[in-house]
Design a protein around this ligand. Structure first.
Ligand code: ZN
Length: 231
């Protein structure tokens, strides 16, 4: 029977005479942020084999295509670089960890862990998403850090803490707008100021925070001065 007409003379979909068809096969899956439907979705990673078709029938292989990432919700295809963008869940976890690490670094640099510093730090960390963070927990962590890395109290930001800061902040920085990066530095600055003016060690820790957040040193200086004057 000629394509084009069904049994009862009703029109059926006519395949294009010549074309290409891609047969997709799944090579992986996971969760990603879909820019198409705007949220955390499951995806499948697909590679395709293209075939030249005659009347809808695959006749000649036309090579590999892909890999592409397909959203399970809206079925949009993306290049693999769409996976570089963190999911919203991952992004909030990164942000929360970043604030927690900054708070610890500033407290450790401050040395004696004054009550006012611990209270400001715990409130900051709670509002970043660690709902049950307490002053005592933070104090215990700072002590454990000091015991683990040797005494760095009152000294410039310890090397291991600088590494921690870079690990927490480097992957986050490219996904934050400038105001978001500045907000993290300012939160650190307010913890440092809770027990009085910046000490040299606190300035040093905050400079490391700024550098990891790719804020230039002039802006770090300006922001640290801004934090000092309550607005
Ligand atoms: Zn989607």
């Amino acid at each position: 029977m000629l394509p084009g007409w069904g049994r009862n003379g009703r029109a059926v979909q006519v395949p294009r005479v010549l074309g290409t068809r891609t047969a997709w096969s799944t090579v992986g899956d996971g969760e990603f942020f879909c820019p198409g439907c705007g949220g955390d979705r499951n995806y499948q990673r697909l590679t395709g084999r293209r075939r030249f078709t005659l009347l809808g029938v695959p006749v000649l292989p036309r090579g590999e295509t892909g890999p592409v990432v397909e959203c399970a919700a809206c079925r949009t295809h993306y290049g693999a670089d769409v996976l570089d963008h963190p999911t919203t869940t991952r992004f909030s976890a990164m942000l929360r960890d970043a604030v927690h690490t900054v708070a610890l670094a500033v407290l450790a640099a401050g040395g004696c862990c004054a009550r006012a510093s611990l209270e400001t730090a715990a409130a900051t960390v709670r509002s970043a998403g660690f709902d049950d963070c307490t002053e005592d927990q933070l104090g215990a962590l700072v002590e454990a850090l000091a015991a683990d890395t040797g005494r760095f109290f009152g000294e410039p930001c310890g090397a291991s803490l600088a590494i921690e800061l870079h690990e927490a902040l480097d992957p986050l920085a490219p996904h934050l707008a400038p105001t978001g990066r500045e907000a993290i530095l300012l939160q650190g600055a307010r913890i440092a100021l809770a027990d009085g003016p910046y000490t040299p060690a606190e300035r040093d820790a905050l400079a490391t925070v700024g550098a990891a957040l790719t804020i230039c040193s002039d802006d770090v200086t300006r922001l640290l001065a801004t934090a000092r004057t309550p607005s």
